[in-house]
Design a protein around this ligand. Structure first.
Ligand code: FES
Length: 107
């Protein structure tokens, strides 16, 4: 099962086993990782699941779809090229070792 490391803004790390098929957001939510609110439950309608992708992983994830791109405009302190909505990233076996950094806050 892929291990994903969620790094809080404070630097505290949470290493979590996330089953393939769930989203990166669901992996955080289901394991009590703080910092991802996911108010809309994964419908790409709130932008409160925003996170920064580790530079080593940016090009290894599926690209940003237009709907995610639009919603990212509402996220807190986005970093172009690194910001993603984690509800839009479906976990695959190839994502073992993925690192995501959580923002200081969600909107
Ligand atoms: Fe709402 Fe991702 S959970 S946009």
């Amino acid at each position: 099962m892929p291990k994903i490391t969620y790094v809080e803004h404070s630097g505290k790390q949470h290493v979590v086993d996330v089953p393939s098929g769930l989203t990166v957001m669901e992996g955080a939510r289901d394991n009590g990782v703080p910092g991802i609110d996911a108010d809309c439950g994964g419908a790409c309608a709130c932008s409160t699941c925003h996170a920064y992708i580790d530079p080593e992983w940016v090009d290894r994830l599926p690209s940003v779809e237009p709907m995610e791109e639009d919603m990212l405009d509402f996220a807190y302190e986005t970093k172009p090229g690194f910001s993603r909505l984690t509800c839009q990233i479906k976990v695959t076996d190839g994502m073992d070792g993925l690192i995501v950094q959580l923002p200081e806050k969600q909107i």
